[in-house]
Design a protein around this ligand. Structure first.
Ligand code: BUP
Length: 458
């Protein structure tokens, strides 16, 4: 009956890599009996996000929607130098207090709110006033979450700020190579880092951290987090993944006759996510490697940070002849594709990925081996998890020092390994089996989401 149908709000922040897992979580909560209100910020950072939100709401009209109108940034704030996604975090934070009177009027009232970590500190008072439990969906690896939760402590260590460690020790987990720490973390004066630290200190106010992850994949890190070894005050880290993707009406018609013609496991899918643009020089080295390699490929190229449908022509970046020379051997695109459907396609046998966490979980679900090529943010930490779990290979030198530009012959060598190493294929298949076990009825992730919802009813 409706009396025991808990109502929840789900509040994503900026970027497709954030939006998609929150939307997947929203649908999962709904499948398990919650009524869901999606709260999104208006305006969004990118056209891709606003278009995706509209398609999502038309495909799933049972999800309620509320648009939080963002307040303008103070005039003295120089917005030109800040990453547009970080700017949006800040702007949502400055606007979120407007939710109090609105949420107060909700009838039936909310049973819980699912809030991004970057918003928790400013929301704690509101939540207290409403008596509303907060859950934090974590959109990265458990390993990166451990780093985030330990960041307030690290940022008080002069050695950390000076970069004087070769490894960063976090209690309970394997040491993190210093090169894997996002460089902005060492500068606590940036809005980005100070916001993270401030919010990280409030993690203990949440009732739980929901992870797009499964127990088997990061077992020892999760055990450390949940055993109070990283920090005694952490709420439970609850793995409910890999999150199930959804289909939007406009994508389901997307099909790949070219892929259908390729033999099983023969095609490399190449994508560096929705927010990472490589340098033109690096894109050209990669192009050369893909052209020279023996394997077929499907490559979505991204040349600018915010929206993919930018003006730059592919032939400007790749040269006129690349597309001709690779016709039949590969497809090179600049548009948004249904990545899940591609990874699920039997022809796809390898994935060159920046290791954004959603991409990692999608590859895990499908058992597609990854050639990890992390570029920034949490990606190096995630790449390490990928390699440790047997889902992929990673050359730690790539992207730093004298290998900040990775040459074509080296890329080609790794592609060969990715596509031919039978041990790697077998271990990636094992990951897929474990992922399937976790989400099936009675599996670890399935039990955990049921417990969360039960707790909302009770
Ligand atoms: Br690009 C692209 N189609 O063409 P990540 C991405 N995606 O479905 P990111 C598509 O966007 P952050 C495309 O499947 C994944 O769910 C992809 O998230 C999907 O990386 C999501 O992999 C991208 O986490 O975000 O975009 O760099 O840096 O926030 O992790």
């Amino acid at each position: 009956s409706s009396a025991i149908r808990p109502r929840v709000a789900v509040v994503p922040t900026a970027g497709m890599g954030h939006l998609m897992p929150f939307l997947r979580l929203a649908l999962m909560l709904q499948r398990h009996g919650c009524s869901v209100t999606l709260i999104t910020a208006q305006p969004t950072t990118s056209k891709a996000e606003s278009a995706h939100i509209s398609s999502f709401l038309s495909a799933f009209p049972q999800v309620d929607h509320f648009e939080l109108q963002l307040l303008p940034m103070p005039e003295e704030f120089d917005t030109s130098t800040v990453d547009p996604f970080f700017l949006q975090f800040d702007r949502i934070n400055r606007s979120i207090h407007q939710l109090l009177p609105i949420l107060k009027e909700f009838s039936p009232p909310l049973s819980a709110i699912f809030l991004d970590l970057t918003l928790v500190a400013n929301f704690v008072e509101i939540a207290d006033e409403l008596g509303l439990p907060i859950y934090i969906p974590n959109t990265s690896s458990a390993r990166f979450f451990a780093l985030l939760s330990y960041l307030p402590e690290l940022s008080s260590q002069p050695d950390f700020l000076r970069g004087a460690y070769s490894d960063v020790a976090i209690p309970g987990i394997l040491p993190l190579p210093f090169s894997s720490i996002p460089p902005p973390f060492k500068d606590t004066s940036t809005v980005f880092t100070s916001t993270l630290i401030r919010n990280s200190r409030t993690i203990s106010k949440a009732r739980g951290i929901l992870m797009n992850n499964f127990e088997w994949f990061e077992e020892s890190t999760l055990a450390a987090l949940n055993g109070g070894r990283v920090l005694e005050t952490l709420p439970p880290c609850i793995t409910v993944g890999p999150l199930e993707p959804y289909k939007l009406g406009n994508e389901s018609s997307e099909n790949w006759p070219w892929l259908d013609e390729q033999s099983s496991g023969s095609v490399i899918y190449v994508s560096f996510g929705s927010r990472t643009a490589m340098s033109t020089e690096q894109i050209r080295e990669l192009a050369k490697a893909l052209k020279n390699s023996k394997h077929k490929f499907l490559w979505t190229v991204k040349t600018s940070k915010v929206d993919k449908d930018d003006k730059e022509d592919l032939s400007n970046v790749l040269g006129d002849r690349f597309l001709e020379e690779t016709a039949g051997k590969g497809i090179t695109l600049k548009q948004w594709v249904d990545q899940e459907a591609i990874l699920a396609h039997p022809a796809v046998g390898g994935f060159i990925s920046h290791c954004g966490w959603n991409s990692v979980m999608e590859a895990a679900r499908e058992g597609v081996p990854i050639l990890a090529w992390p570029l920034h943010g949490d990606q190096r930490v995630n790449a390490e998890v990928v390699a440790d779990a047997g889902l992929g290979i990673w050359d730690r030198g790539w992207g730093i020092g004298d290998k900040s530009l990775v040459r074509a012959d080296e890329i080609e060598g790794k592609i060969e390994l990715l596509m031919t190493d039978t041990n790697l294929r077998a271990s990636a298949r094992r990951v897929k089996e474990e992922a399937a076990k976790a989400v099936c009825r009675g599996g670890s992730s399935d039990r955990m989401i049921r417990d969360v919802v039960k707790c909302l009813v009770g």
